[in-house]
Design a binder for this molecule. Structure first.
Ligand SMILES: NC(=O)c1ccc[n+]([C@@H]2O[C@H](COP(=O)([O-])OP(=O)(O)OC[C@H]3O[C@@H](n4cnc5c(N)ncnc54)[C@H](O)[C@@H]3O)[C@@H](O)[C@H]2O)c1
Length: 387
């Protein structure tokens, strides 16, 4: 039997749980070339990390990621801590010859993202970024259909990611609103996914110009917070918010298509509303993550008088990843996207192949985001490749 791939996980909350869940379920549904071991979970507080390790099925605990990445009995380091520590952990993991899976956005900025890519390349380790939305079977099918030429020349790409969880001005300034920890607000958190999905379907961004708003400029501080919902104590000290609450931008793709994008946490009624639509000369495709088992398709080649949007139920054995899951129509959801991405990562490590999406995709995404930010500062168009 092949030697197990021994994982070390940094972080154990939202994404830590999603990755632990995926690593525990992959062997139930997928055949991997090497077995998976959930070896060490790393969190700064020994008691909390110990409790998390017990619940999430990890064998051991470390309280310092430096100790984790130096361990000889770890093959892969999985980073699910906030963005401000991604680079430091990834550089150390690469220096120790560990394969790296890192959550998005890759880093606080483009320069740091590039440093991570260079370090992973230099060390010759596998590297993958957590753009899990592109692992929804419907988006994999959409890409396949575009590659088959079903849309022809692409004219428009329209992407949005809308949420509504920080509209209350008393909502605390959690790490996702602290520029030093997250780098950017809606753009890096939500925009990154939709930028990646657009690159996946339509290719590289050429130039961008955007606008952004911070609607609530000061918020109360909290000491510790679980998940996304929480309240600050009465009279808690307040701190400025220096990241975008909402960012929108228009762009041109290298293929000549026009793009329009929006990322916000201020769209009342929208919970995790990630959408992307592509319009080409022969047809259109549209996807909405909250209905992730479906892909809408319009073909201008259908018979006259019988044309219209068709709803493809992407839940049959012929669809990407479906032969691993359930009978047709027994739908899957958000957690399974993590199974798909980590299954690919494991197979790439086991087979010595380049991962996709890699840190290079993380760098490309960071380049688009930095171009958007620069365009906002300059009130001008910015060529993405000039950065
Ligand atoms: N792919 C997705 O859909 C998705 C969704 C949410 C978040 N994310 C990304 O995942 C990352 C984590 O986000 P989250 O929502 O899980 O955050 P979270 O606040 O729920 O969890 C962060 C974890 O990191 C730990 N941590 C923080 N600093 C640390 C340090 N210095 N050393 C060790 N552990 C540390 C915390 O204790 C916690 O366990 C971010 O980069 C975020 O952008 C991705």
């Amino acid at each position: 039997m092949a030697a197990p791939l021994r994982f070390g996980l940094v972080g154990y909350k939202f994404m830590g749980k999603a990755h632990s869940n995926a690593l525990s379920r992959i062997p139930m549904f997928f055949d991997t070339d090497r077995p998976i071991q959930r070896k060490v979970l790393c969190g700064r507080d020994a008691a909390w990390a110990g409790e998390a390790a017990r619940r999430l099925g990890w064998q051991e605990v470390e309280t310092d990621w430096r100790a984790l990445v130096a361990r000889e009995d770890i093959d892969c380091v999985d980073i699910t801590a906030p963005s401000n520590v991604h680079k430091e952990i990834a550089l150390a993991a690469a220096a120790n010859g560990k394969h790296i899976f890192c959550e998005k956005p890759l880093a606080l900025n483009l320069a740091d993202a590039r440093e991570m890519l260079q370090a992973a390349r230099k060390a010759g380790v596998r590297h993958q970024i957590g753009f899990n939305y592109r692992f929804a079977p419907a988006l994999v099918l959409a890409k396949r259909m575009i590659e088959e030429g079903r849309l022809g020349k692409i004219f428009h790409v329209r992407g949005s990611f809308l949420q509504d969880w920080i509209i209350d001005p008393e909502y605390p300034r959690v790490w996702r609103l602290d520029k030093a920890v997250c780098g950017s607000g809606s753009l890096g958190d939500l925009g990154a996914h939709v930028i990646d999905a657009a690159r996946y379907l339509a290719g590289e961004f050429a130039s961008v110009t955007g606008m952004s708003r911070t609607f609530v400029r000061e918020r109360p501080l909290v000491e510790r917070m679980e998940g996304l919902s929480g309240k600050a104590a009465q009279g808690a000290p307040r701190a400025p918010v220096e990241v975008d609450d909402a960012t929108g931008f228009v762009c041109e793709f290298a293929c000549g298509a026009m793009g329009m994008f929006e990322a916000t946490r201020f769209a009342q009624g929208h919970k995790n509303d990630m959408r992307i639509e592509v319009n080409g000369e022969k047809g259109s495709l549209r996807f909405a993550f909250e209905r992730m088992n479906e892909l809408e398709y319009f073909s201008a080649q259908d018979d006259e008088g019988l044309q219209g949007w068709r709803l493809i139920q992407v839940s049959e054995g012929v669809h990407p990843y479906w032969d691993k899951w359930w009978p047709a129509g027994h739908v899957i959801g958000f957690p399974e996207t993590f199974c798909h991405e980590l299954y690919e990562f494991i197979q790439c490590v086991a087979q010595g192949r380049e991962c996709v999406p890699s840190f290079e995709d993380g760098v490309r995404c960071a380049q688009v985001m930095e171009a958007v930010e620069l365009s906002i500062q300059r009130k001008a168009w910015v060529d993405v490749d000039s950065l």
